[in-house]
Write a protein that binds this ligand. Sequence first.
Ligand code: HEM
Length: 181
Amino acid sequence: MAELIRNPKCMRKLEEEVSPAMDQQEMFIKESCITQLPYLEACFKETLRLHPPGPFLLPHRAIEFCQVMNHSIPKNSQILVNFWAIGRDPKYWEEPLMFNPGLDFKGNDFEFIPFGSGRRICPGLTMATRHVSLIVASLIHFFDWSLPHGRKNPTDIDMSEKYGLTLRKEEPLILIPRSKN
Ligand code: HEM
Protein backbone atom coordinates (compact mmCIF):
# COMPACT_ATOMS: atom_id res chain seq x y z
CA MET A 1 0.00 0.00 0.00
CA ALA A 2 2.88 2.38 0.80
CA GLU A 3 4.40 1.89 -2.65
CA LEU A 4 1.02 2.30 -4.34
CA ILE A 5 0.36 5.56 -2.49
CA ARG A 6 3.86 6.78 -3.38
CA ASN A 7 3.27 5.83 -7.01
CA PRO A 8 -0.20 7.15 -7.97
CA LYS A 9 0.18 6.02 -11.61
CA CYS A 10 0.60 2.43 -10.42
CA MET A 11 -2.39 2.83 -8.09
CA ARG A 12 -4.56 4.07 -10.99
CA LYS A 13 -3.40 1.29 -13.30
CA LEU A 14 -4.18 -1.28 -10.64
CA GLU A 15 -7.65 0.20 -10.02
CA GLU A 16 -8.32 0.10 -13.75
CA GLU A 17 -7.38 -3.56 -13.86
CA VAL A 18 -9.17 -4.65 -10.68
CA SER A 19 -12.53 -2.87 -11.01
CA PRO A 20 -13.79 -4.38 -14.31
CA ALA A 21 -12.76 -7.86 -13.15
CA MET A 22 -15.05 -7.67 -10.12
CA ASP A 23 -18.59 -8.95 -9.96
CA GLN A 24 -20.33 -5.62 -9.24
CA GLN A 25 -23.19 -7.40 -7.40
CA GLU A 26 -20.83 -8.94 -4.85
CA MET A 27 -19.59 -7.16 -1.75
CA PHE A 28 -16.35 -9.10 -1.81
CA ILE A 29 -13.75 -10.20 -4.34
CA LYS A 30 -13.68 -13.83 -5.39
CA GLU A 31 -10.42 -15.75 -5.22
CA SER A 32 -11.03 -16.95 -8.80
CA CYS A 33 -10.69 -13.31 -10.04
CA ILE A 34 -7.22 -12.96 -8.62
CA THR A 35 -5.50 -15.21 -11.14
CA GLN A 36 -6.77 -13.01 -13.99
CA LEU A 37 -5.03 -9.84 -12.79
CA PRO A 38 -1.46 -9.70 -14.15
CA TYR A 39 -0.74 -6.15 -12.97
CA LEU A 40 -1.77 -7.04 -9.42
CA GLU A 41 0.65 -9.98 -9.56
CA ALA A 42 3.36 -7.64 -10.90
CA CYS A 43 2.77 -5.21 -7.99
CA PHE A 44 3.00 -8.08 -5.50
CA LYS A 45 6.27 -9.32 -6.99
CA GLU A 46 7.75 -5.84 -7.22
CA THR A 47 6.89 -5.24 -3.55
CA LEU A 48 8.64 -8.47 -2.59
CA ARG A 49 11.70 -7.48 -4.63
CA LEU A 50 12.07 -4.13 -2.84
CA HIS A 51 10.69 -5.06 0.57
CA PRO A 52 11.18 -8.78 1.17
CA PRO A 53 9.70 -9.85 4.54
CA GLY A 54 12.56 -12.38 4.82
CA PRO A 55 15.58 -10.30 3.67
CA PHE A 56 18.09 -13.09 4.46
CA LEU A 57 15.65 -15.95 3.73
CA LEU A 58 16.20 -18.54 6.53
CA PRO A 59 19.65 -19.65 7.71
CA HIS A 60 20.91 -22.89 6.11
CA ARG A 61 23.89 -25.12 6.88
CA ALA A 62 26.20 -26.62 4.27
CA ILE A 63 26.22 -30.36 4.96
CA GLU A 64 29.35 -30.75 2.82
CA PHE A 65 31.99 -28.57 1.18
CA CYS A 66 30.68 -26.99 -1.99
CA GLN A 67 31.58 -24.43 -4.61
CA VAL A 68 28.88 -21.95 -5.64
CA MET A 69 30.12 -19.80 -8.53
CA ASN A 70 33.36 -18.31 -7.15
CA HIS A 71 32.48 -18.91 -3.49
CA SER A 72 34.04 -21.85 -1.62
CA ILE A 73 31.69 -22.89 1.16
CA PRO A 74 33.24 -25.02 3.92
CA LYS A 75 31.30 -27.90 5.41
CA ASN A 76 29.02 -26.84 8.33
CA SER A 77 29.05 -23.12 7.40
CA GLN A 78 25.92 -21.23 8.18
CA ILE A 79 24.62 -19.64 4.99
CA LEU A 80 22.51 -16.51 4.82
CA VAL A 81 21.37 -15.35 1.37
CA ASN A 82 21.03 -11.57 1.27
CA PHE A 83 18.03 -11.43 -1.01
CA TRP A 84 17.37 -7.82 0.06
CA ALA A 85 20.68 -6.82 -1.57
CA ILE A 86 20.13 -9.03 -4.65
CA GLY A 87 16.72 -7.37 -5.16
CA ARG A 88 18.41 -3.94 -5.30
CA ASP A 89 21.52 -4.90 -7.23
CA PRO A 90 21.96 -2.73 -10.38
CA LYS A 91 23.73 -5.71 -12.03
CA TYR A 92 20.34 -7.42 -12.24
CA TRP A 93 17.76 -4.64 -12.18
CA GLU A 94 17.46 -1.41 -14.15
CA GLU A 95 16.78 1.50 -11.78
CA PRO A 96 16.68 -0.94 -8.86
CA LEU A 97 15.28 1.48 -6.29
CA MET A 98 12.25 2.43 -8.39
CA PHE A 99 8.93 0.69 -7.82
CA ASN A 100 8.34 -0.59 -11.31
CA PRO A 101 5.73 -3.37 -11.54
CA GLY A 102 6.13 -5.38 -14.72
CA LEU A 103 9.86 -5.99 -14.50
CA ASP A 104 10.99 -9.21 -16.05
CA PHE A 105 11.23 -11.61 -13.10
CA LYS A 106 13.50 -14.50 -13.95
CA GLY A 107 12.62 -16.95 -11.19
CA ASN A 108 14.98 -19.59 -12.54
CA ASP A 109 18.01 -17.33 -12.47
CA PHE A 110 17.87 -16.74 -8.72
CA GLU A 111 17.63 -12.94 -8.94
CA PHE A 112 14.13 -13.20 -7.53
CA ILE A 113 13.77 -15.64 -4.64
CA PRO A 114 11.68 -13.90 -1.91
CA PHE A 115 10.33 -17.32 -0.91
CA GLY A 116 13.68 -19.09 -1.08
CA SER A 117 14.30 -21.91 -3.53
CA GLY A 118 14.82 -25.63 -3.77
CA ARG A 119 13.56 -28.23 -1.35
CA ARG A 120 13.15 -25.78 1.57
CA ILE A 121 11.24 -23.20 -0.48
CA CYS A 122 8.44 -21.52 1.50
CA PRO A 123 5.45 -23.88 1.55
CA GLY A 124 3.18 -20.86 2.15
CA LEU A 125 4.03 -19.31 -1.26
CA THR A 126 0.66 -20.01 -2.91
CA MET A 127 -1.32 -19.09 0.18
CA ALA A 128 0.60 -15.83 0.71
CA THR A 129 0.31 -14.87 -2.97
CA ARG A 130 -3.46 -15.43 -2.99
CA HIS A 131 -4.14 -13.78 0.37
CA VAL A 132 -2.02 -10.66 -0.13
CA SER A 133 -3.44 -10.18 -3.63
CA LEU A 134 -7.00 -10.64 -2.38
CA ILE A 135 -6.50 -8.14 0.45
CA VAL A 136 -4.81 -5.51 -1.72
CA ALA A 137 -7.40 -5.89 -4.51
CA SER A 138 -10.20 -5.42 -1.94
CA LEU A 139 -8.58 -2.35 -0.39
CA ILE A 140 -8.11 -0.76 -3.82
CA HIS A 141 -11.49 -1.71 -5.25
CA PHE A 142 -13.67 -0.55 -2.34
CA PHE A 143 -11.76 2.49 -1.02
CA ASP A 144 -9.97 5.64 -2.09
CA TRP A 145 -6.90 6.31 0.01
CA SER A 146 -5.30 9.57 1.11
CA LEU A 147 -2.63 10.79 3.48
CA PRO A 148 -3.72 12.19 6.87
CA HIS A 149 -3.40 15.78 8.16
CA GLY A 150 -3.78 17.34 4.70
CA ARG A 151 -0.44 15.93 3.59
CA LYS A 152 -0.29 16.02 -0.16
CA ASN A 153 3.07 14.71 -1.23
CA PRO A 154 3.05 10.90 -1.15
CA THR A 155 6.78 10.70 -1.79
CA ASP A 156 7.23 12.14 1.74
CA ILE A 157 6.20 8.76 3.17
CA ASP A 158 9.07 7.51 5.29
CA MET A 159 10.11 4.17 3.80
CA SER A 160 12.77 3.31 6.42
CA GLU A 161 12.79 -0.35 7.32
CA LYS A 162 13.21 -2.17 10.61
CA TYR A 163 14.60 -5.67 10.89
CA GLY A 164 13.20 -8.00 13.53
CA LEU A 165 11.97 -11.52 12.88
CA THR A 166 10.89 -10.10 9.54
CA LEU A 167 11.65 -6.86 7.72
CA ARG A 168 8.95 -4.21 8.08
CA LYS A 169 8.30 -0.51 7.80
CA GLU A 170 9.83 1.38 10.69
CA GLU A 171 7.04 3.96 10.76
CA PRO A 172 3.53 2.50 10.57
CA LEU A 173 1.71 3.53 7.39
CA ILE A 174 -1.22 5.78 8.30
CA LEU A 175 -3.79 6.38 5.55
CA ILE A 176 -7.39 7.55 5.40
CA PRO A 177 -9.83 5.27 3.54
CA ARG A 178 -12.93 6.71 1.87
CA SER A 179 -15.57 4.25 0.70
CA LYS A 180 -16.14 4.43 -3.06
CA ASN A 181 -19.87 3.62 -2.68
C1 HEM B 1 4.69 -12.94 1.64
C2 HEM B 1 4.68 -13.94 2.51
C3 HEM B 1 5.82 -14.89 2.78
C4 HEM B 1 7.15 -14.78 2.45
C5 HEM B 1 7.86 -13.65 1.70
C6 HEM B 1 7.80 -15.98 2.93
C7 HEM B 1 9.15 -16.24 2.79
C8 HEM B 1 9.79 -17.39 3.26
C9 HEM B 1 11.21 -17.65 3.14
C10 HEM B 1 12.22 -16.70 2.48
C11 HEM B 1 11.46 -18.86 3.70
C12 HEM B 1 12.83 -19.54 3.79
C13 HEM B 1 13.12 -20.36 2.54
C14 HEM B 1 14.51 -20.91 2.57
O1 HEM B 1 14.88 -21.56 3.56
O2 HEM B 1 15.27 -20.71 1.63
C15 HEM B 1 10.20 -19.37 4.20
C16 HEM B 1 10.06 -20.57 4.83
C17 HEM B 1 8.87 -21.03 5.36
N1 HEM B 1 7.62 -20.43 5.24
FE1 HEM B 1 7.24 -18.65 4.34
N2 HEM B 1 6.88 -16.80 3.53
C18 HEM B 1 5.64 -16.17 3.46
C19 HEM B 1 4.44 -16.66 3.91
C20 HEM B 1 4.26 -17.89 4.52
C21 HEM B 1 3.00 -18.43 4.92
C22 HEM B 1 1.63 -17.74 4.68
C23 HEM B 1 3.26 -19.63 5.51
C24 HEM B 1 2.32 -20.64 6.11
C25 HEM B 1 1.02 -20.60 5.98
C26 HEM B 1 4.69 -19.84 5.47
C27 HEM B 1 5.35 -20.95 5.98
C28 HEM B 1 6.70 -21.20 5.88
C29 HEM B 1 7.39 -22.38 6.46
C30 HEM B 1 6.74 -23.50 7.26
C31 HEM B 1 8.74 -22.26 6.11
C32 HEM B 1 9.89 -23.24 6.45
C33 HEM B 1 10.05 -24.25 5.30
C34 HEM B 1 11.23 -25.22 5.53
O3 HEM B 1 12.22 -24.84 6.14
O4 HEM B 1 11.15 -26.35 5.03
N3 HEM B 1 5.27 -18.78 4.85
N4 HEM B 1 9.20 -18.45 3.91
